[in-house]
Design a protein. Structure first.
Length: 270
């Protein structure tokens, strides 16, 4: 395993650890939601069913919705913190990793320590006009709405606790894919941007070429598989088969190429 492969492995470990934390938090929130529903059933069920008519009395439904809203909002706050932490780790891993590789290969210290303003610019860049923090806000609001709709519809049908539990599981399972997509896509972008930021500091002092490396499995986009092994001067843009361009994988600015992209790239010093 060469130094670039080790760096990619570190990057992947950061992502998978964060994905695990996100899934764990969603499961905990699902458990909280089920406990809240269980309390409502214990108090207000009739013949094993909880109805809209019963919950509409004395602001019971509003109280239930408020409790579910609160745990959902807390979940998305924690998830955003997890993503933010991962992106910080990924940027520093990419920047410092390339800094160390260049210094070892050249025997010179030519790349400065990353500045905070450069780090923040990379972490909160936008794709398709929205920063990842803004997209998380949209996903949070949608999750709150879907949970409310799911519970209200179930109450109107006179659901049992078992049905309520399953419906909550279904809606939460559909929502967790959004932050998982964000962490995978944003980590890839930030990591590659960090590598670029680091290498840009030395671009005028050494001559480099860069090579696109696909993930080389059945899930790779066809166009990205075609790009595997393509080598160009460091300061040039990769041109994909459809005409899209980008400095590196994950940095094309096109959702169809950047979302869930797992391709890597490496440099060689001439």
């Amino acid at each position: 395993m060469d130094e670039f492969e080790k760096l990619e492995e570190l990057h992947e470990n950061i992502i998978t650890t964060t994905e695990g934390n996100i899934i764990t938090d969603y499961k905990k929130t699902l458990d909280y939601a089920r406990k809240i529903m269980a309390e409502m059933f214990n108090k207000y069920e009739d013949d094993g069913k909880l109805t809209y008519e019963e919950m509409a009395k004395y602001n019971r439904l509003k109280t239930l919705q408020k409790m579910l809203d609160e745990i959902t909002n807390d979940l998305y706050k924690d998830t955003s913190k997890n993503i933010d932490k991962a992106l910080n780790l990924d940027y520093k891993a990419g920047y410092d990793g390339l800094k160390n590789i260049i210094e070892i290969k050249t025997g010179k210290i030519i790349i400065p320590i990353v500045k905070d303003e450069v780090l923040k610019l990379a972490l909160y860049n936008d794709i398709s006009g929205l920063k990842w923090t803004e997209r998380m806000g949209i996903h949070r609001d949608y999750a709150v709405l879907k949970i409310r709709e799911t519970v209200t519809q179930g109450l109107k049908e006179g659901m049992t606790y078992s049905q309520a539990s399953q419906r909550l599981n279904d809606v939460m399972s559909r929502q967790v894919v959004n932050p998982l997509r964000i962490i995978r896509t944003e980590s890839h972008r930030v990591f590659n941007q960090a590598k670029k930021d680091s290498l840009d500091k030395s671009a005028g002092k050494i001559k480099m070429i860069k090579t696109w490396i696909s993930a080389r499995d059945e899930r790779v986009r066809t166009m990205h598989a075609i790009m595997d092994g393509v080598t160009i001067p460091y300061d040039k843009l990769f041109v994909l088969p459809d005409g899209s361009t980008g400095f590196a994988p994950g940095l094309t600015g096109s959702a169809k190429h950047d979302i869930h992209c797992r391709c890597a790239w490496k440099i060689d010093i001439l």
